[in-house]
Design a protein around this ligand. Structure first.
Ligand code: G6P
Length: 646
């Protein structure tokens, strides 16, 4: 979703802001823009440039409009204060005029925004009644006009008190106060940043229900929706709390609540560097992230088992007694994270014997789920900012349920509001479609299942250690598997023009089928659906035609022989109706060969852990089909990495 960057320092802001936006591109966007406080001849003015489409369009416009002394944006590359935005359209189409920043009526102020201002219609009517002419269809523009009005009011009050309206600190504080007044009037979710031509060296930001972090530099400070935007300049960050306003100058960072009371953010150190967020020789981030999975799984497992054999979470604001008292578990998440939850249900119920339901976060709170203090709600979110998941979490907490988060992003909102957290140490995931985050979420779910089983006394330390040892073998298995993906790539090229692909599986293979279908839809824009194999005969089998590709996820024949045999029967059923079968099976499982048009073997893995390997060929298949079709693998159309609206 929208990416936000702000800079106040001594270096040219434009290039820093553009670099930051580039690092946030992965979030998905459809237009981009910058506002730089003019320097030198341009001082006292605000230089704004914005364009629909990719950053390249903005850069082209900047180059054209800043060349020559008389050009409209002359000097934009020397200003040292600025803001930039990549927009994912909510109110109004992705056009130049709807792109951010939005200037105020007199053009001295500009605002960028992520989120949705829910009372914007009322505010717009009020402003229009005050003769403000709107130049866009966005909700954001209201904030720009309101800020101008409030700032005029604050300055008038300062003048009336006899204050020095020209003093830089007084002006900066006036801008922050005006922002606080605006925020008090807004409903909904927002991160806002503003710059003012008459207050050079200052960027003011605010947040409610939407992320904003501060980067603390030497003689320069940053604001951004995510640390990736400034991590190449500083790894010292401050996470802002809910309903806070922040003012940065090159030397100062001042945080208050919306009423002006001084507040403190939470300092943290980013434990990865800018390199981790670069492509490292791969054509696409997604391909790099697929290859990083062995490492990501290993990191997530690192140091989880104490000497006495207990599983360690990262942050626990719950007692073991709370966990023992849990009589029901809900796992709540969206997209790929939801599929991780579906897998987790099999492991958690099997290991803990506690009933476990998995629910889409966007549905959860609206159906009035039965929750109380003995319900444990596990929320899974790579970004930690997904609004549907956050709202589900808040609903669960209002009902007094305990909430445990699985998250990949330190300091994000979801873990902060949860009672306990297990961080997946997957490193930054840039591609919109989730891959390594999924595998690490699976690992985290297994660890939580084991932890609960242990706390409740249904698994002993040695049993837990045995499963952890199996998990520890996974990075090596994944490495072997990833080295054997060439046939999958070849198959992808053959399949690049098919209109539809079906995925079938049983038990934990069923969520893997759903995830395989989701990946293909997201990346290749091909119709794809995942089914529980046993359900095929109740309807979906009707769509199978001669040559329809069906990807079949076969469980290991070891341990659960019956499950394996039933799956083989299902493959025969689709083959008999003309399907082209692509079978994912365990090495040595020769029983599948007579029914498989293509076989992809994965290393032998205990049934419950098998999704860690069976998912990988499906990721590669989707990425390669997308690339063969000429799509942008990292930023599929219409999608966003971090979905901060409901
Ligand atoms: C978006 C992304 C998906 C992701 C989902 C949940 O829709 O495109 O890849 O699975 O959000 O994201 P989260 O950050 O909460 O895991």
């Amino acid at each position: 979703m929208c990416g936000i960057v702000g800079y106040a320092g001594a270096r040219p802001a434009l290039s820093i802001v553009l670099d930051g936006l580039r690092r946030l591109e992965y979030r998905g966007y459809d237009s981009a823009g910058v506002a730089i406080v003019g320097a030198g001849a341009g001082s006292g003015s605000l230089l704004i440039c914005k364009r629909a489409g990719k950053l390249a369009n903005l850069e082209k416009a900047l180059a054209e409009e800043s060349a020559g002394e008389d050009s409209p944006l002359a000097g934009i590359d020397s200003g040292t204060t600025g803001i930039g935005h990549t927009r994912w359209a909510t109110h109004g189409a992705p056009t130049d005029r709807n792109a951010h920043p939005h200037p105020s009526r007199h053009g001295d102020l500009a605002v960028i925004h992520n989120g949705i201002i829910e009372n914007f219609a009322r505010l717009r009517a009020e402003l229009e009644a005050d003769s403000v002419e709107f130049r866009s269809d966005t909700d954001t523009e209201c904030a720009a006009h309101l800020l101008e009005r409030e700032l005029a009011g604050v300055r008038a009050e300062i003048a009336a008190r006899g204050g020095d309206g020209l003093d830089a600190e007084v002006r900066a504080e006036a801008l922050a106060e005006a922002m606080r007044r605006v925020c008090r009037r807004l409903e909904g979710a927002f991160t806002l940043l503003a710059v003012d031509a008459a207050t050079p060296d200052v960027v003011v930001g605010a947040r409610r229900n939407s992320p904003l972090v501060v980067g603390r530099g030497q003689g320069e400070n940053f604001l951004a929706s995510d640390v990736a935007a400034f991590v190449e300049h500083t790894r010292d960050a401050i996470e802002l709390g809910q309903d806070q306003v922040v003012l940065i100058t090159p030397e100062r960072i001042e945080i208050t609540d919306f009423d002006g009371k001084p507040a403190a953010g939470k300092d943290f150190h980013v434990d990865w560097d800018a390199k981790a967020a670069e492509k490292g020789g791969y054509d696409w981030f997604m391909l790099k992230e697929i290859q990083e999975q062995p490492q990501a799984v290993a990191e997530t497992l690192l140091g989880r088992l104490t000497e006495s054999g207990e599983i360690m979470l990262d942050e626990v604001r719950l007692t073991d007694q709370d966990l023992r008292a849990a009589d029901k578990i809900f796992i709540v998440a969206c997209g790929t994270a939801y599929h991780a939850g579906l897998v987790a249900k099999y492991a958690i119920e099997h290991w803990t014997r506690i009933p476990c339901e998995v629910e889409l976060a966007s549905e959860f709170r609206y159906r009035d789920p039965v929750l109380d203090r003995s319900t444990l709600v596990v929320v899974i979110s790579q970004s930690g900012e997904t609004m549907d998941t956050l709202m589900a979490l808040r609903h669960a907490k209002e009902q007094k349920a305990r909430v445990l988060a699985i998250c990949n992003t330190n300091g994000s909102t979801i873990p902060r509001e949860s009672d306990a957290v297990l961080y997946t140490h997957g490193g930054p995931e840039i591609a919109v479609a989730s891959t390594k985050a999924f595998l690490t979420q699976l690992v985290a779910c297994y660890l939580i299942g084991l932890h609960l089983a242990q706390v409740r006394g249904v698994k002993f330390a040695d049993e837990v250690a045995a499963v952890v040892a199996q998990l520890q073998e996974m990075p090596a298995k994944l490495r072997t598997l990833l080295d054997r993906m060439e046939p999958v790539r070849e198959l992808a090229r053959e399949l690049k023009s098919v209109p539809t692909v079906l995925f079938i599986g049983r038990h934990v293979g069923y969520p893997v089928a759903l995830e395989g279908a989701l990946k293909l839809k997201e990346l290749a824009y091909i119709h794809a659906e995942g089914f529980a194999s046993g359900e095929l005969k109740h309807g979906p089998i009707a769509v199978i035609d001669r040559g329809t590709p069906v990807v079949c996820i076969v469980p290991s024949p070891a341990g659960r022989g019956l499950l394996h045999d039933k799956m083989i029967s299902n493959i025969q059923e689709v083959r008999a109706r003309g399907a082209r079968t692509i079978v994912i099976a365990e090495e040595g499982d020769e029983a599948v060969l007579p029914y498989a048009d293509h076989v992809i073997f994965v290393p032998p893995t205990p049934t419950l852990l098998a999704p860690l390997v069976t998912t990988v060929p499906l990721q590669v298949l989707a990425a390669e089909i997308a690339s063969a079709r000429g799509h942008d693998v990292d930023q599929p159309r219409n999608l966003a990495k971090s979905v901060t609206v409901e």
